[in-house]
Design a protein around this ligand. Structure first.
Ligand code: ADP
Length: 484
């Protein structure tokens, strides 16, 4: 198998001599052989990879018994290469399902009640990060910039540093960073958290997340906050910043316009008028506040019975992480509450909640957003929530719908003109839905315009460029923090 080092950047974008290649490390690697990039992260970083040339390293998505002996599978597409490795069954169970998805995901989403803090997975999580670092280290060139993504790979840089990698390494956390009091419930949280200091830059979605981390570092790790906001600790200086991730609003808007009249949506249009359609699109995750959302629909119909027979929530919620118990439970709970609300208010020809338990093509989602008067985005906690931004991008500026947004979505920090709600309070959400349904055209246009300007200026390209620009500003540092 080829271990050849992938080719250097082709000089488009940042000159290779100045900044070198970009190396992206993430749990999953996009399949670049498919041409079109699909999926948030793929689109976000794919462009950057193409412009500077580079390497994308991560898990192949496959499980195999020979995972440790194979070495990375390297494929080259022009100036970009991918290098992927398999996981063993045990690694998949303990690193991915166990520690990442049964412990870190709920903990970082403020769900201490669901976090399996005492899993044996933490050790395997560190081992997988160590192995990944060892697999990628020989592929790193001296002037590469390395950008690591998300909660599966927090200790990655600490392991790379132990391999004497002195390159600039940045990390972006796509999910929230919880309040320090919650984070400190993680066994060995100090050993875990100190691995953040192996990076030169750590990016968060919001100022709240950044400040949670800073307060944790000061109070629990005895770090010092410098006047410029950086953190001093473990012999290094760490830059921490908020970089709210965005979308490509213009292309999503074009997709929405093209698909608003798609034949697939026609049947729906016959049943519910656009002005009475409320849409929700989420992975079926307990962080998304789905049962609370359906309860809010019940509350709306109880308080304002004139909506009975008229409005409908179309909730698209494809299953995710099946096999993790909390996900089976949230699904049963959602189905029970949906049955209850539909049973109470529905009749032969109409039901208040229509629930679709499978993925829908992106183009169709865009069209659906455009046809829905209300976008209901009410997570109990979310790193950013891209659906909120997609809903706004999809609207017809002449007759736009209204976004109802949870105050606990990262997007709430930027999208102030949405109708903000506390998703734990169904009555409050119901009142906001009513306000959205009844909002005069002038106010809808004004709110939409402000939100549109916001998502266009802080786009996904802006997010990527800003992260990399700040990473390039960080100075060379001693390579050895306290390792894991
Ligand atoms: P998360 O990353 O937690 O899933 P986000 O809202 O940030 O939440 O991103 C979800 C992405 O997945 C969005 O781009 C959204 O359009 C897409 N998506 C969500 N649900 C579906 C679905 N049922 N079918 C297709 N795409 C979906």
């Amino acid at each position: 198998r080829s271990r050849a080092v992938p080719m250097r950047g082709d000089g488009q974008g940042q000159p290779a001599s100045k900044t070198g290649r970009l190396v992206i490390v993430s749990n999953r690697v996009a399949d670049l052989s498919k041409g079109n990039l699909a999926g948030g992260l793929a689109v976000a970083v794919g462009e950057a990879l193409k412009s500077s040339g580079g390497l994308w390293f991560g898990w192949s998505g496959a499980r195999s018994a020979e995972a440790h002996s194979k070495g990375p599978n390297i494929q080259t597409f022009g100036n970009v290469s991918t290098a992927t490795v398999d996981l063993t069954e045990k690694e998949f169970e303990d690193y991915y399902l166990g520690f990442s998805n049964r412990c870190l995901w709920p903990l970082f989403h403020y769900r201490l009640d669901l976090a399996e803090l005492h899993t044996t997975g933490q050790a395997t999580y560190f081992e997988v990060n160590k192995r990944f670092a060892a697999e990628v280290a020989p592929l790193i060139q001296t002037d590469d910039t390395i950008w690591v993504h998300d909660y599966h790979l927090i200790p990655f840089a600490a392991h790379l540093r132990q391999k004497q990698v002195t390159n600039r390494i940045g990390f972006f956390l796509h999910i929230p960073f919880p309040a320090p009091e919650l984070f400190s419930a993680l066994p060995h949280h100090r050993d875990f958290a100190k691995t953040f200091f192996a990076y030169d830059l750590v990016g968060f979605q919001t100022v709240r997340d950044r400040e949670n981390f800073a307060r944790y570092a000061e109070e629990y790790l005895n770090c010092r906050r410098l006047n410029d906001g950086r953190l001093r600790g473990f012999g290094r200086t760490l830059r921490i910043e908020a970089f709210p991730i965005g979308i490509d609003a213009e292309s999503f808007a074009a997709e929405a316009e093209k698909n608003a009249r798609a034949p697939e949506l026609r049947a729906l249009a016959r049943e519910v008028e656009s002005e009475r359609l409320i849409v929700g699109v989420d992975r079926l995750d307990y962080s998304k506040g789905l049962p609370e959302r359906v309860r809010a629909m019940g509350s709306l119909l109880e308080k304002w019975p004139n909506y009975i027979g008229k409005v409908q929530l179309l909730q698209i919620a494809p299953p995710t992480r099946e096999g993790v118990q909390a996900y089976d439970e949230i699904r049963s709970e959602l189905e029970r509450i949906t049955g209850e609300v539909n049973g109470r208010y529905g009749d032969f020809v109409w039901s208040p909640v229509r629930y679709v338990n499978r993925p829908v093509p992106r183009a169709m989602l865009a069209g659906l957003f455009r046809r829905s008067r209300v976008g209901l985005v009410t997570p109990l906690r979310d790193g950013m929530n891209l659906v909120a931004k997609e809903y706004v991008a999809a609207q017809d500026p002449a007759d736009p719908g209204v976004l109802v947004l949870s105050q606990f979505a990262g997007a709430a920090e930027q999208m102030e003109e949405a109708l903000m709600v506390n998703p734990h309070d169904p009555a409050e959400t119901a009142t906001a839905i009513r306000r959205a349904l009844e909002m005069p055209l002038g106010e809808r246009r004004a709110r939409h315009k402000a939100l549109w300007n916001q998502i266009v200026s802080e786009s996904v390209g802006w997010w990527r460029e800003r992260f990399l620009a700040v990473l390039h500003e960080t100075n060379g540092q001693p390579a050895t923090p306290g390792g894991p």
